[in-house]
Design a protein around this ligand. Sequence first.
Ligand code: IPD
Ligand code: CA
Ligand code: CA
Ligand code: CA
Length: 267
Amino acid sequence: MNLNQLANNLNILCRSVGAFIKKEGEGFERSSIEQKGFNDLVSYVDKEAEQKLVEGLRQLLPEAGFVTEEGTDTTRGERFNWVIDPLDGTTNFIHGLPAYCVSVGLMDGDEVVLGTVFDPNRDECFWAYKGGGAFCNGSSIKVSDAPALKDGLIATGFPYFDFGLTQQYLQVLGAFMSRSHGIRRIGSAALDLVYVACGRFEGFFEYNLNAWDVAAGVIIVQEAGGRLSKFTGEGDVVFGREIVASNGSVHPEMLQTIGEFWKKPVA
Ligand code: IPD
Ligand code: CA
Ligand code: CA
Ligand code: CA
């Protein structure tokens, strides 16, 4: 398989779906949204964007299956699976906040080998494939060289569920506030990851994410020279539902800071 050629075609597809999402955002009617949960929102744009991606990806790699947020196609491939978040940052999209993206990763067995994250508002297409380096549009990207947490800007997200974890989450946030340049919560895990990859953030952590939130970002961070783990420092970050991504240098301090307050037993 020619991953470079597949990446080019994936980028074209993600750009076209991203343009569709951005266009639908103009004059978007909030009354059309549905609630998956109290604050877990979805719109027809998420669903139509996913359908367009699935149709395009079927052409690109007919033998691949799918893991998608909106469940357009639940067929699993024997070896290859596309892991799709058609619109990462739905809450932002619905509120007209221009911080959302299309995120698509390709898994070969249990390894992500290719990924694209396209932000139509900034016209930034982040992409990587295994062994090929990481890029934003035509330029090579790499993680920041900041040596320590005190020099770093840290991103996170708040889970839709598990409100019982709020207090310990706040404790972790308090610790990061006093040990870093600050904390940001953009509202798109895929953008958080690629911003680690290109050095805008030194680190990112979040609990309760799904594979589609992170698959593409994982290979982009890896190829940009970053480090990824669960809160314990190891484990499967794609399906593991918790993630720490960093430039590598700040990783031990991030794990230490989370570990001081994170009491939930690791599954
Ligand atoms: C969400 C975003 C958000 C994160 C949530 C995700 P969605 O994805 O990535 O930043 O905090 O946990 O579910 O629902 O907008 O695709
Ligand atoms: Ca969602
Ligand atoms: Ca998502
Ligand atoms: Ca989504």
